[in-house]
Design a protein around this ligand. Structure first.
Ligand code: COA
Length: 332
């Protein structure tokens, strides 16, 4: 879908918040039967942040938004909407967005949580662009935040080594130039594949056929190989479609920001599509897979380093549980 309306959207500011505690692969070796070498080779991960008892989806999301607001010059009570993308919030009711709104002083901004797993921030970013572009809102904050280390069974080495905690946020505002913001977006899902990654709380949540697996209730259950194959294909298709539909060549794009799930998945897209590797941002080595927080943390690091040039496109791509996937070509 290309940009149809008469005005554009700008990222006014970004922010991130991560737990102070860093858990390295070497430290993980003491908890679970794995090795630094295996994790680094198979995933690219060297370390991840891990929340302590007082660090929550609420507190990390709030802190990321406060930084994004400060950098954007937007006051909290000017926001029309706060979207929190997360699948690990402490409470289902009320939304984490509602509590963050109170904490930052966002008055009567619309508030809701968005559960699209690792695609959540990009779903929210695409929705924010559309709402602002068509004139239904002026200023929207989108937060991607997860504390997935609380949902993993540390004994399950195929899952516990992957995930990390953190939050990233961005404040989107209207811009007179319709060429600014999202020029192309896709959002998709395939519910037939939800069993590849899920979080069963009770026996009845466990789908037929998966009962024999050593699932511990209350912990994430992942069929990593299946997700891997799906993600490799979808990543490449999503980037290829985004380039073709916007008429961009691989060299026109200043940054490719891919969900940081496994470095090998990203590298296969680099190889297949001949992407310039130095323009494909990678920080999975320091964060692991932070799900909905992964893309906004990448964005914030790039903005902070002054590496986002105005007037040049960025391609963002994500996939996650559900399964879900999304992409966006964003003109800065
Ligand atoms: N340390 C050491 N060995 C491990 C291990 C670990 N942490 N995890 C698995 N292994 C072993 C397995 O037991 C298996 O051993 P075997 O051959 O003796 O049976 C072997 O390594 C291969 O296991 P497999 O699960 O097939 O590994 P893999 O190459 O598929 O890598 C993932 C596992 C999880 C890293 C990979 O499948 C992946 O990244 N999938 C995508 C996950 C993802 O993106 N999830 C989030 C969705 S956004």
């Amino acid at each position: 879908m290309s940009a149809p309306f008469g005005r554009g959207v700008r990222i006014a500011g970004t922010g991130r918040a991560v737990p102070a505690c860093v858990l390295t692969n070497k430290e993980l070796e003491k908890i679970v039967d794995t090795s630094d070498e295996w994790i680094a080779q198979r995933t690219g991960i060297r370390a991840r942040h891990k929340a302590n008892d007082s660090e929550t989806v609420f507190s990390l999301g709030r802190d990321a938004l406060l930084k994004a607001l400060e950098r954007s010059g937007v006051k909290a009570d000017e926001l029309d909407m706060i979207i929190v993308a997360s699948v690990s919030g402490e409470m289902i009711c009320p939304s984490t967005a509602a509590r963050i709104s109170e904490a930052v002083g966002a008055g009567e901004a619309a508030v809701f949580d968005l559960a699209a797993a690792c695609s959540g921030f990009l779903y929210g970013m695409n929705m924010a662009d559309t709402m602002i572009r068509c004139g239904r809102a002026e200023k929207i904050a989108v937060i991607g935040v997860e504390v997935l280390t609380r949902l993993v069974d540390w004994g399950d080495r195929s899952v516990s080594i992957i995930f990390g905690d953190g939050a990233g946020a961005a404040v989107f505002v209207a811009d007179a130039d319709p060429k600014k913001g999202c020029q192309y977006q896709e959002m998709h899902g395939d519910g037939r594949l939800w069993r590849t990654l899920y979080h069963p709380r009770l026996d009845r949540d466990v789908p037929a056929g998966d009962e024999a697996n050593p699932i511990r209730l209350g912990h994430l259950r992942m069929h990593g190989r299946e997700i891997y194959k799906f993600a490799v294909t979808r990543f490449q298709e999503a980037i290829r479609d985004a380039l073709e539909r916007t008429g961009l060549s691989v060299g026109d794009v200043q940054h490719y920001i891919c969900h940081q799930s496994n470095q090998r998945i990203i590298e296969s897209a680099i190889e297949k599509l001949k992407l310039p590797a130095e323009r494909v941002y990678i920080n999975i080595d320091r964060y692991g897979n932070t799900s909905a927080a992964s893309i906004p943390i990448c964005l914030d690091e790039l903005f902070e380093a002054g590496r986002i040039e105005s007037g040049k496109p960025i391609i963002l791509v994500a996939f996650g549980a559900g399964v879900t996937w999304a992409s966006c070509v964003w003109n800065t």
